[in-house]
Design a protein around this ligand. Sequence first.
Ligand code: CAA
Ligand code: NAP
Length: 249
Amino acid sequence: MNDTRKIALVTGGTGGIGTEICRHLARQGRQVIAAHLAAESEQAAAWQKKQCEAGFDIALVVVDVTSFESCEAMAKGVEERFGGIDILVNCAGITRDVTLRKMDTEQWSAVLSTNLDSVFNVTRQVIEGMTERGFGRIVNISSVNGQKGQFGQTNYAAAKAGMHGFTKSLALEGARKGVTVNTVSPGYIATEMVMAMSEEIRSQIIGTVPIGRLGKPEEIGRAVAFLCDDDSGYITGADFSVNGGLYMS
Ligand code: CAA
Ligand code: NAP
């Protein structure tokens, strides 16, 4: 039985996968807060209304995960409004796919900063509180391409692989304090990020997936909620693949 007073923060919470993570955590009875970019406030308000109509009461906060100061302000705001964050899902992410021969420093830095620096920027704000309260669940959304590499994704694969080292190290630090830290590595999931690829390349990739289709965002939401359950305290430092068999480690 989960403690329904626990506070769950999901970065990238209004995105394709983030939405389903929020919904699954809300079904667990958590107070869920979706963090989004300030520039997306109008879309986020419409998103919140839609979730409410579907029976999900999800709060919104503004953050830019590439900025430590923004993450600090966001965490303080959440603490004042709701209390300390007990469950954190680092889900915000971007791609800038291009071969290394053509990659510029902006494409490298934007991906490293949004997908990896962000994990430090946000997690650093919540780790002390989790440790003091003796409970925490942290899930970092990595990628199959952080495990196997992908043509055109040196930046993205480096960032997503970096998450695994962070996860395993923090799992050791949190192990005696009730704080678990895990990674979920999705395969190709039907969201805007995957739909942004050319149809031709997407079809080629789907052809290589043993299950023969893209994953659904709710299939990631289920895995994340499982790891965040009060009763999942013995799972830490793990990497959960949800990839239709695309990569088996
Ligand atoms: N393997 C080997 N060679 C490849 C290749 C591949 N997969 N794809 C292209 N090439 C070759 C081409 O045949 C061509 O060769 P020649 O120069 O000898 O003719 C050359 O590479 C083309 O190189 P370019 O730099 O011109 O590449 P491009 O501009 O055509 O396309 C790209 C580059 C945009 C990265 C494109 O390959 C692409 O979109 N790839 C898919 C990347 C991908 O999977 N992204 C995932 C996005 S979703 C996501 O990231 C979520 C998640 O976590 C799963
Ligand atoms: P998405 O719909 O584009 O969601 C990404 C979210 O991250 C968006 O809500 C986006 O906000 C937010 N974001 C981007 N930059 C941010 C920043 N600086 N500060 C705060 N929020 C920011 O894509 P998705 O497919 O759901 O991806 C979610 C996560 O899963 C990403 O980390 C991605 O790498 C990972 N993943 C996806 C797949 C897949 O196949 N889809 C596979 C493996 C892993 P805006 O919309 O406002 O920009």
